[in-house]
Each structure stands twice: as C-alpha cells, then as structure tokens.
Design a protein around this ligand. Structure first.
Ligand SMILES: NC(=O)c1ccc[n+]([C@@H]2O[C@H](COP(=O)([O-])OP(=O)(O)OC[C@H]3O[C@@H](n4cnc5c(N)ncnc54)[C@H](OP(=O)(O)O)[C@@H]3O)[C@@H](O)[C@H]2O)c1
Length: 183
C-alpha cells in the first residue's frame, strides 16, 4: 500500500494587529513560544517519519545561522535564486507546486509539512484545499510590524488539539494563547 501523502499544516505567531515580522526578524522575543514552535513542528505519530518545514527565502534568512537548517526536520526553502542557499541539506524549490511535488515524492519519510512563513507563503498555502490546520499563537499585544499575516477566511473554525495548553501564557509580561483552526 502507498504511504499517505504528507499532511499540510500552517503555524504562525501573530500580534493583535496581525503582524508577524519587523526588519527581517520577529517583533518579539518569546522563548517558550519558540520552544512550542519546535515541539509542534517536530512531533510525529510515526517514529519512522520526520516532518518538513516549508518557508520563504527571507524567513530562512531570519533564522540565526547556528539554528538553521531547523534540526530534525526536512527544510524546504522557496526562492527564485537557488544560489542564495548554500546549505546542501536544504531542499530549494523555485515555486510552491515544485515543493508540493517534492513532498509527495517523500511520502514514505515525511508525515506533516509545516508552512512556517512568511507572508506570501502563508497566502499561497491558505488558497490550497489540502491545507489541513492552522496553528496560531495569538499574542495579546500590538507590535510595530512591516510583515503581516493574510486575512483568515471565515471557513476556518476554532478547534482543539490536546497538545495545546488552553491556558493564557505569559512571558516577559506579554500574554498569548495557542489556537488551532480547521475547516
Ligand atoms: N511570526 C511568525 O510566526 C513568523 C513566521 C515566519 C516569518 N516571520 C517573519 O516574517 C519576515 C519574513 O517574511 P516575508 O514575508 O518578508 O518573506 P518570506 O515569505 O519568508 O520570503 C519571501 C521570499 O520567498 C521567496 N518566495 C516567496 N514565494 C515564492 C514562490 N511562490 N516561489 C518561489 N519563491 C518564493 C522569494 O525569494 P527570492 O526573492 O529569493 O526569490 C521571496 O522574496 C521576517 O521578519 C520573519 O521574522 C514571522
């Protein structure tokens, strides 16, 4: 029997004013939130499989060099200029469809592909019928941002995941909560 195609999920941390980035970085420093990102994107049901993370070139560049590629995950980067990514372990793709084809060809090793940003990558993913779930960290604060999350259509409804704490989190005096949406 053929292995199931990798599931496609999206994960983002967003401010109250829908901001996700500023000057090529995250507008906030929330260590536990980053740990949550790592835990969720690494977690698989099958011990034999890994997950993938799919990102735009600027998001790749926003990851500190010592932390990239993101470990224990297949890193896929979209760019029109493959020469910009020198790391040989990274899968560099010229467009979204090539990345989706690559994922299908890796069905025996990849369980879930996490779309991890930035803006245009999120926008493309939100148009896909196969996008399964949105994992959104809602930060209860406005930040000065130059990069934003697209509008989320009303088809997406708040759902639950037992892995997500239902409590309001607080770090450095900033409150936030973990949400998941499905259709
Ligand atoms: N809060 C969060 O959860 C979160 C998550 C991710 C990122 N961020 C923040 O967001 C910012 C970066 O995001 P961004 O929106 O500016 O950039 P981005 O989406 O990460 O990267 C944009 C680049 O990706 C490539 N690209 C995009 N769509 C493509 C396609 N369909 N085919 C081929 N290449 C494609 C292009 O690269 P080339 O120009 O090389 O062709 C484009 O210039 C940073 O501030 C980062 O910290 C925040």
């Amino acid at each position: 029997m053929l292995p199931p195609k990798p599931k496609l999920n999206l994960i983002v941390a967003v401010s109250e004013n829908m901001g996700i980035g500023k000057n090529g970085e995250l507008p906030w420093r929330l260590k536990a939130e980053l740990k949550h990102f790592a835990t969720i994107t690494k977690s698989t049901q099958s011990p034999e499989k890994k997950n993938a993370v799919l990102m735009g070139r600027k998001t790749w560049e926003s990851i500190p060099t010592k932390f990239r590629p993101l470990k224990d995950r297949v890193n896929i980067v979209l760019t029109s200029n493959p020469n910009l990514i020198s790391d040989e372990s990274v899968c560099v793709c010229p467009n979204f469809n090539t990345a989706l084809d690559l994922l299908d060809n890796m069905s025996d090793e990849i369980e879930t592909c996490w779309v991890i940003g930035g803006s245009s990558i999120y926008a493309e993913a939100l148009k896909l019928a196969q996008l399964d779930s949105l994992y959104i960290t809602r930060i209860h604060k406005d930040y000065d941002c130059d990069t934003f999350f697209p509008v989320i259509s009303s088809d997406w409804k708040l759902s639950t995941d037992p892995r997500l704490s239902p409590e309001i989190q607080e770090e450095e005096g900033v409150k936030y909560e973990y949400q998941v949406y499905t259709r």
